[in-house]
Structures are given as structure tokens and as C-alpha cells.
Design a protein around this ligand. Structure first.
Ligand code: ZN
Ligand code: ZN
Length: 414
């Protein structure tokens, strides 16, 4: 960076080009916090933004944008209305805000915080955060991360001054593993001695498997098709790993078979196995795959919409069990993937949850999760690969697209 604190470099997607360009911050709002990024994830959602930003995100056609969400760094400037942090604070800038005072926050529905609308694509008339040397305005995707500086409204910054974790470990809390751990331990809390099926064993599914192990699940089933992720699922704590390429369309039956009641004696806490109201299926099913974007080198799934796994996940859940849908899916009316209305849903008392950041309160839960990593209950570094310098940010994004490794993280010079 130069001596001018508003000048910085960052990855910018303009037209069909993704490159590092010099930029200068535009004027900040009174509630804005300027963060000097130290580490940032290449979450899979960023891939879709970089590939298809003009088509997929309303109001963004033709705009120059700096990608990213899911970073950590140090505060270098605060607006006059900011109270949560001060200059010099170490912060995580997660994919979800927590204001604490809006309609949703006062009801404890943190995942629906109204400040989600602070994001540029949610309100397309939001101002650009920076400009190129020729004055071209640049918008920041979400909370940024792939530029040396980010501008985040106050509800989006979480101080972690007390944490002893590395920058890379702290960056895992901003998206993907952070929400995965939160789903399993907080937002969709896994019961002790329950049965859990995790559909997809990328960095999100693996973090849910870690949470299931920590929560004391008696059976953890992972379903995955990419070989290195099948191995990672075992290492993370899955007891049974199903290769969905090998078992074809029997995934739902396999989960029902594995998750039978321990006794059929209904006078002793059991339930019947067969019959219209049979008692098989997992207590908790987590869909952790989502849609596929672009043309990954590590095998294209038969269903690139991600809808089939949502249908299968609901069907694999026992009556009265919990189904959690984490991935972003593409729209489809294909009856092979998504049955006609009411879709895969049924009349069996299953509970459904879809939530940003696992339904957690980032201000409360990021410091708590950081402590669990410090104490060795959760293993952040086993989910991270590769770690690359900021200058190789494009490599990190393409690694995420290709699913050839796990969670790529870029780091900046401290
Ligand atoms: Zn993300
Ligand atoms: Zn709120």
C-alpha cells in the first residue's frame, strides 16, 4: 500500500477480466468500518459471483466489482457512529451481520437480520466502495476480502481481540466452516446419541461432521462423490462414508437402512421399522452440497442444480426429524430432481431449517467457536487447503470452483 491510507490494491472483476488493480476508497458512511484484510476465504459462493456476476446478481450488469466475503483483518478507520470496534481491533467480517436491534434480532432470528440488505446486490443503488485510477466506480461484493481494504457497516464486524488463533484459523470462522459448526452445535443443534447424515463432504459438510462428533452423535453418515473428500469425511469423524457415484439412486434407502430404531418394542421407547408410519431415517440430515457453477475439473455431478440432494435429504429424514438445507440451488422443474408441488415435503412432522451462518448470532458465536478451536474441540486447519498469497487470489477462486482441494484461503502481508 502507499502512504495514502485510502489507496490500495484489490482483485477486480470488470467485463470478463479478473485482475489486481489499484483503487482508492470512496467516502465512507458514518456507520462504516474500514478493515485492512489479513486473510480471506475463497468460499464457493464467491465463484458464482465471479463467473456470472452480471447475469446472476440484480443491478450488477456491467459493474466493476471486487469479490469476496468471509475475511478477517484489523480495523484502520471507524465512522463517527461506530461503537462496536475501534482502530487497531482484530475482527472477523462474516457472511452474516448481527445488529441486535432489528425486528429479527430482537426475536432471536439472527439469520434474518435486516442488515443483510446492507449488501450491495441486495440494494443495487448502494454506493460503490472505491474507484479505479481512471475514476471507474467499483462495488464490493458482500463484505469483500479479495482486496487489501474492505468497507463493512458496523453490524458486519465481530471483534476477536482475545483470540490466540492464527489469521487463517480466524478466517475459517467468517463463512463455510463457521456456519457449518454453528448449524451442528447451535442453530440446528444435534442431539446426543442421535443419527446424522451429511450430504456433501466439502469444507461445509466436513465442519458439520466435526460438530456432530463433538455433539456426541452415535452414527455419522457422510455422502460424497469426490474421492479426496471421502477420505476427509472419515478423518473428520464420519462412521460410514457412502460414495454417491457407486450407490446410484439408493442414497435414501441406504440412510433409512443405516438409521433403524434400536428396538421395535414400543413399550420401551422403540418404534416400528416397517409400515406407512415406519420409524427409519436419520434424526438429523444436513444437505451441504448446493449447485455446481462453471466446469469443475473434479467431476461434474449429474445434477448441477443441487435440487436432487435437497429432495433426497428430506426423504432420508425420519418422521419428526430435522432437515437442514445449507447450499444454494439453481431453479428447476425437472420432476426427476424435484417432485411436483409440494416438492419433496410430506406430512411427517419433519422440521426444516435454512439459515444464513447456521442460524447463529455472529457477535456471540464467533468468539465462542474460536474458543472451541483453541481448545481442540474443532479442527479448523484440517479444512483449509491451499493457503495462497493475495497475489494468487485467482488461483484460490479456481481451486474452489474445481473442488480439487478443500477451503482455499488467501493471506495478506501483516
Ligand atoms: Zn460464503
Ligand atoms: Zn438485526
Amino acid at each position: 500500500m502507499t502512504d495514502d491510507p485510502t489507496e490500495f490494491r484489490g482483485w477486480v472483476r470488470h467485463g470478463n477480466v479478473l485482475e489486481i488493480l489499484p483503487m482508492r476508497l470512496r467516502p465512507r458512511r458514518p456507520t462504516d468500518v474500514v478493515v485492512r484484510n489479513l486473510a480471506a476465504q475463497a468460499c464457493y459462493t464467491i465463484v458464482s459471483n465471479v463467473l456470472d456476476s452480471a447475469d446472476q446478481i440484480p443491478g450488477h450488469a456491467g459493474r466493476a466489482r471486487s469479490p469476496g466475503h468471509g475475511a478477517m483483518g484489523v480495523v484502520v478507520e471507524v465512522g463517527p457512529q461506530v461503537r462496536r470496534v475501534k482502530v487497531g481491533d482484530k475482527v472477523v467480517t462474516p457472511v452474516l451481520p448481527a445488529c441486535g436491534t432489528c425486528y429479527s434480532c430482537v426475536r432471536g432470528e439472527w439469520h434474518a437480520c435486516g442488515h443483510k440488505n446492507d449488501l450491495d446486490f441486495a440494494t443495487p443503488d448502494a454506493p460503490p466502495f472505491a474507484e479505479l485510477e481512471d475514476g471507474t466506480p467499483v462495488w464490493q461484493d458482500h463484505t469483500g476480502g479479495f482486496a487489501e481494504l474492505a468497507v463493512c457497516p458496523e453490524p458486519w464486524v465481530v471483534p476477536v481481540n482475545e483470540s490466540t488463533l492464527s489469521n487463517v484459523e480466524l478466517a475459517t470462522l467468517a463463512c463455510v466452516p463457521g456456519p457449518g459448526w454453528t448449524f451442528g452445535l447451535i442453530g440446528a443443534r444435534i442431539e446426543i446419541a442421535s443419527t446424522v447424515a451429511v450430504l456433501g463432504a466439502g469444507p461445509l459438510g466436513l465442519s458439520i461432521i466435526q460438530a456432530a462428533k463433538m455433539a456426541g452423535a452415535r452414527l455419522i453418515i457422510a455422502a460424497e462423490r469426490i474421492p479426496h473428500r471421502l477420505d476427509a469425511a472419515k478423518k473428520a469423524g464420519a462412521h460410514v462414508v457412502l460414495n454417491t457415484d457407486e450407490i446410484g439412486d439408493t442414497l435414501v434407502e441406504r440412510i433409512h437402512e443405516l438409521c433403524r430404531p434400536e428396538t421395535e418394542n414400543m413399550a420401551a421407547g422403540g418404534k416400528p421399522i416397517v409400515g406407512f408410519y415406519g420409524g427409519t431415517g436419520a434424526d438429523h440430515v444436513f444437505e451441504a452440497a448446493g449447485a455446481t457453477f462453471g466446469n469443475p475439473t473434479t467431476g461434474m455431478p449429474a445434477d448441477d442444480t443441487g435440487a436432487l440432494l435437497v429432495s433426497q435429504g428430506v426423504q432420508a429424514t425420519r418422521r419428526g426429524g430435522f432437515f437442514v438445507h445449507t447450499g444454494v440451488t439453481k431453479k428447476t422443474n425437472d420432476p426427476k430432481l424435484w417432485t411436483p408441488a409440494p416438492g419433496p415435503f410430506d406430512y411427517n412432522g419433519k422440521r426444516y431449517l435454512s439459515a444464513a451462518y447456521g442460524g447463529g448470532n455472529v457477535l456471540r458465536d464467533i468468539p465462542r467457536l474460536a474458543k472451541l478451536i483453541e481448545m481442540g474441540y474443532l479442527d479448523a486447519m484440517s479444512l483449509v487447503d491451499p493457503v495462497l498469497p493475495f497475489e494468487k487470489g485467482d488461483e484460490a477462486i479456481w481451486s474452489s470452483l474445481n473442488r480439487d482441494k478443500l477451503l482455499p484461503i488467501i493471506t495478506f502481508q501483516d
